[in-house]
Ligand binder design. Structure first.
Ligand code: ATP
Length: 615
């Protein structure tokens, strides 16, 4: 591509996106400096003419009109600066949120599911909001502080050297103080966000597990935990506020003292030594508060800026922890935003492991596909559970039905997730029609995969909305009804008052386990996948529901490659090939009869199942 890239932090990346706005800020700040000095000069001139020289009001009309127009321009410039700041903040927030969302949706399952949901929500909402201050306040004030005081100081020096020297000596105390305070607030602000994320996480966990907590009589303890967590957050916030108050008090004192010293010097020169004209003294007296107020405002913005930097760092950490979003590339060219957007897309894709991007293919080959797995190894970091499929290559022919069996915790679901591509193996290969699964374009692969889990997620929305998710394209109401009926949901929707428009999921009507699985089946009927993954229910469903499920699954599985985590003897016997898992190891594969013959553990498992003691 020929564009030099370098790794940089989130903040640098966000700043590089705002280059045009920053230049505009600098120009406006310069104009604002000119307006401030111009306003002071015109006001001093008008006062000098009217009160000292006794000129008539009509003779100073031009000066007064000039003064009014400079004042109006100053207001407009301040407004412009504010608008640019707000726009920069909005753009940065949008960028951070979309990166977070992209990072979380693109990351692998263990990363997406790791940590507390509440904590992530808190980072995505609160920390991103807190980052706003950096762009809306800190940057505009810093820009003003680096331009206007120099301009004011130049004018004062030109008019009266002594006053300029006093300002030059006292001014550095303000930034010096700001730096000292800023350093201590940054750490405090990071602490505050850690506390807030922990608090949100605990709160959401408790809400989600409220029933469990009540049943086990743990709600009191959890209440205490929430209280502890919220007090820690309060303390962290108060710590920052305390520093902010001390900061403001000290800054005010420095400013008052400095203005006092300059005023005293001016009074002595004007009244006692008579070495100054009224115009010069008044002009300087008007400019001095502007000068210090600017530095003081910068101090306040600086404090907020440090807090925001802590928040941006928190967002950055979450991004770094999600795959594919940890690298922030900056292109030093001045591309326009649309170019940058496609560039950014490129960047995210390029952050995949080297070599992966170039070889991604959407061509899956003939469907249903054949699959092969060889020497797969996978380990969960958190639990240390390891899975191994053995060195021999195992083939699944197109349209074959596989049943994965084994005791609870033997790794059946983990193997299913590996075969589906939801988990990436640490080593070994899974091929689909001879192409490595990792080399297939993820979206293209998932377009042909249907997964019916034991606990399908029901989104807050209508019944129809939840089924439509399966289609991935426009479908008519008739198609939805057909899919629902094929999944055995016809009877249920008839009972519902608003039929397919009934709100289900969070905040809506609840659904039973069997109904949820049928809803997942309805999604699959709309999708008609070429590879069907099915996690058979371990809990006993009533005979009627089980029959409906069985019938629908049989219908769906016709002509597709199907992999089932199987618990029922009926399903196991129906399978073309059985994978037997034991303590994370794929011990053997074969037909029901073959395994009965050569694998005593399998024969024992079937025996227990026959007697109804194993499921
Ligand atoms: N996300 C995870 N992080 C860490 N360890 C995990 C995770 N998911 C599962 N495990 C562990 O991996 C092991 C195998 O789990 P898996 O769900 O694959 O077993 P299973 O055979 O499907 O069990 P069951 O029949 O009870 O559903 C278990 O010991 C489990 O604790």
């Amino acid at each position: 591509m020929g564009v030099k890239r370098r790794k940089a932090g989130l903040l640098s990346m966000l700043m590089s996106r705002q280059r045009k706005s920053l230049v505009l800020l600098a120009v406006i700040s310069l104009a604002l400096g000119a307006a401030i000095t111009g306003q002071a000069a015109l006001l001093a001139k008008a006062v000098q003419r009217i009160f000292v020289e006794g000129a008539s009001l009509s003779s100073v009309t031009t000066v007064v009109l000039g003064l009014l127009s400079v004042m109006a321009s100053r207001s407009l410039l301040v407004y412009g600066n504010g608008m640019i700041g707000l726009n920069m903040a909005a753009a940065a927030k949008t960028e951070m949120r979309s990166r977070l969302l992209r990072g979380l949706t693109r990351s692998s399952m263990p990363v997406s599911l790791g940590g507390q949901t509440g904590g992530k929500v808190s980072v995505a909402l609160d920390a991103v909001d807190e980052a706003e201050h950096y762009f809306s306040q800190y940057l505009p004030r810093m820009m003003e502080a680096s331009v206007i005081p120099l301009l004011v100081l130049g004018v004062v020096f030109y008019q009266h050297m002594n006053s300029g020297l006093i300002m030059l000596v006292t001014a550095p105390f303000i930034p010096l103080f700001m730096i000292l305070v800023g350093l201590s607030t940054r750490k405090k602000s990071e602490e505050k966000f850690d506390q807030l994320a922990a608090f949100s996480g605990t709160f959401l966990d408790s809400l989600q597990g409220l029933v469990t907590l009540k049943l086990f009589g743990r709600s009191r303890q959890q209440e205490k935990e929430i209280e502890r967590s919220s007090l820690a957050y309060r303390d962290a916030t108060m710590g920052i506020l305390r520093i902010a108050f001390i900061n403001t008090f000290a800054l005010e004192s420095i400013v008052m003292l400095s203005i006092g010293i300059v005023a005293l010097e001016l009074a002595l020169q004007l009244v006692v030594f008579k070495t100054l004209s009224f115009y010069t003294a008044f002009l300087i007296l008007l400019l001095v508060p502007e000068f210090y107020n600017l530095l003081k405002n910068t101090g306040t913005a600086f404090h907020g800026g440090r807090t925001s930097m802590g928040a941006i760092r928190t967002v950055e950490e979450l991004l770094e922890n999600t795959a594919g979003a940890g690298t922030f590339s900056i292109t030093p060219s001045d591309q326009d935003s649309s170019e940058r957007r496609s560039e950014d897309q490129d960047t995210v894709d390029k952050s995949r492991p080297k070599g992966e991007y170039e070889s991604k293919t959407s061509d899956l080959g003939p469907l249903p596909p054949s699959m092969e797995l060889e020497n797969l190894r996978f380990r969960y970091e958190q639990s240390g559970f390891e899975l191994h499929t053995g060195t021999a290559g195992i083939k699944i022919k197109p349209g074959q039905h596989v049943a994965i069996v084994g005791a609870s915790g033997s790794g059946k679901t983990t193997l299913l997730h590996l075969l589906s591509g939801l988990l990436k193996p640490d080593s070994g290969t899974i091929t689909v029609n001879g192409r490595e699964l990792g080399e297939l374009d993820e979206a293209a692969w998932f377009r042909h995969v249907g997964y019916i889990t034991q606990h399908p997620y029901i989104f807050a929305g209508t019944f129809a909305d939840n089924i439509v998710i399966g289609a991935g394209h426009y479908v008519s109401k008739e198609d939805i009804i057909k899919a629902a009926e094929a999944a055995g949901l016809g009877g249920l929707t008839e009972e519902l008052e608003q039929s397919y428009d009934t709100v289900v999921g969070e905040g809506g009507r609840g659904l039973s386990g069997g109904e949820k699985q049928r809803l997942a089946l309805a999604r699959a009927f709309l999708k008609r996948p070429a590879v069907l993954l099915f996690d058979e229910p371990t809990v006993g469903l009533d005979l009627h529901t089980e029959r409906i499920l069985q019938r629908s699954i049989t219908e769906l599985s016709r002509g597709v490659t199907m992999i089932t985590v199987a618990h029922r003897l009926y399903t196991i016997r129906q399978a073309d090939i059985i994978f037997f898992m034991e303590k994370g190891v794929l011990v053997d594969t074969g037909t029901h009869e073959e395994l009965l013959d050569r694998l005593p553990q399998y024969a024992e498992m079937v025996d227990v199942q026959r007697k109804g003691g194993w499921s």
